[in-house]
Design a protein around this ligand. Structure first.
Ligand code: 5AD
Ligand code: SF4
Length: 440
């Protein structure tokens, strides 16, 4: 049973995308602002928040098994709150199936977490899965501390309705946070130690707002304003949709020196029939043309993507088109997934679901190609000199770990501190990281 007294310690566990990581950080700040203390281990926490992800299968089952695992040897449980996209999609079912869960809170309502926890501590069970547009961010505490690399959610939700995807249902319609709020939050993050900010959104490049002079602006305008913050060295953004890659944003890759040469631009499939059935608004050809324009603006840009294999009806020949587009692009890194039917999405009721073993085989072939290209990209970086933003200590004495401008993990040994930007020569490449030497 839940503890009858108010929780004093908490642990937030986030699954899934970077936006969930951001939400998890904000929930932790919110609880800390109530005087609660963070606990590193969930076993030491009076309150455990499971910040869940619903994008692919097994997520829900995982939540139930996590809830089960929270039961302690003496039979007691911490106060359990389920947050995130599973909470949004299946809140009622969670409440019905898992009596030890006291709070269910969706991704647009977590600013109410402290009062819901208080209600739960008083013996009630509380659910909030409303999707009010903008109440949440205004109700969160001001940010004070940050690591060298920080996330900043600028946009949430999605209006694209790709036929396989739950996001438009769990995160709701696209909303953009106001320009001034974002500039303020970025400044606080930089004052708190951030040297790099990654702007986040399900469709981050659909962000739209008005600048300080009241002029309509897109992500390029926001990035330009953030670039004026002196101690901010790097700006990144993710995840983008090809349809929202406007001229200004492409040009910014050539003109905004703080905008890093990296673009995560999912294509999902290399076949036009599949792309159409997915309700993607691009073709393989239009995607490649778009990349040409991005590369013209920033020739050294590193590209990343997302892929789905085994979308309903995908034939062998159609899958070969995906391998073809991978060859044509030469990704620096990528994520690839087996299609997973999500309840309530149009693709879930399409015909011709691809057998599991075919999906497995396609995923293996695709990942082999993507791994090959990632290693090739890393090897091609050997001999380059670049700055590395130091994020943490390495395993060995004097060793540091950080990221190159192209988002590669780099380790080097030398004089440095967390948050430093160190010039290094890249001397050796592996599939997942590079070795560097301080320049000079
Ligand atoms: N099945 C498999 N992969 C999916 N993604 C989104 N929905 C599904 C699904 N139903 C992948 C897409 C998206 C990434 C975040 O997750 O590739 O870009
Ligand atoms: Fe999902 Fe498509 Fe929206 Fe991305 S663009 S969140 S894949 S619906």
């Amino acid at each position: 049973m839940a503890s009858p007294t108010s929780p004093r310690t908490f642990h937030v566990k986030s699954f899934g995308c970077q936006m969930n990581v951001y939400d998890g950080e904000r929930m932790a700040e919110l609880l800390a602002a109530q005087g609660m203390t963070p606990a590193d281990a969930r076993d030491d926490a009076d309150l455990v928040v499971l910040n869940t992800c619903h994008i692919r299968e097994k997520a829900t089952e995982k939540v139930y098994s996590d809830i089960g695992r929270l039961r302690r040897e003496d039979g007691s449980s911490p106060l359990i709150a389920v947050a995130g996209c599973v909470a949004q999609a299946e809140g009622e079912e969670i409440m019905a199936r898992a009596p030890s869960v006291r709070v269910v809170v969706g991704p647009q309502a977590y600013h109410r977490l402290p009062e819901m926890v208080a209600e739960a501590a008083a013996g009630k069970r509380a659910t909030e899965t409303d999707m009010p547009a903008e109440a949440k961010f205004a109700a969160l505490p001001r940010r004070r501390r940050s690591g060298p690399s920080a996330f900043l959610t600028v946009q949430e939700g999605c209006d694209k309705f790709c036929t396989y995807c739950v996001v438009p249902y769990t995160r709701g319609a696209e909303i953009s946070r106001p320009f001034a709020d974002l500039v303020e939050e970025a400044k606080l993050l930089v004052e708190g130690g951030a040297r790099e900010i990654t702007l986040l959104g399900q469709n981050v490049n659909a962000w739209a707002g008005e600048d300080a002079k009241g002029r309509a602006t897109g992500l390029a305008g926001l990035a330009a304003e953030l670039a004026a913050i002196p101690d901010l060295a790097r700006i990144r953004y993710t995840t983008s949709h090809p349809a929202d890659m406007d001229e200004a944003l492409i040009a910014a890759h050539g003109t905004n020196a703080k905008l890093m040469p990296f673009l995560h631009l999912p294509v999902q499939s290399g076949n036009d029939r599949v792309l159409k059935a997915m309700n993607r608004s691009h073709t393989a050809e239009s995607y490649l043309r778009l990349l040409e324009r991005v590369r013209a603006a920033r020739p050294d840009i590193a590209l990343s993507g997302d892929f789905i294999v085994g979308f309903p009806g995908e034939t062998d020949a159609e899958f070969e088109d995906t391998l073809r587009i991978v060859d044509a692009v030469g990704y620096a890194q990528a994520f690839s997934f087996k299609y997973s039917p999500r309840p309530g999405t149009p693709a879930a009721t399409m015909e011709d679901h691809v057998p599991a073993e075919v999906m497995d085989e396609r995923l293996q072939r695709l990942q082999a190609a993507l791994n090959r290209d990632q290693l090739a990209f890393n090897r091609a970086s050997v001999g380059r000199r670049c700055t590395v933003l130091v994020e943490r200590r390495g395993k060995h004495p004097g060793q540091w770990l950080g990221k190159s401008p192209w988002l590669q993990s780099v380790h080097f040994t030398g004089d440095a501190a967390i948050g430093d930007l160190v010039e290094v020569d890249l001397v050796e490449a592996g599939p997942n990281s590079l070795a560097g030497q301080p320049a000079g």
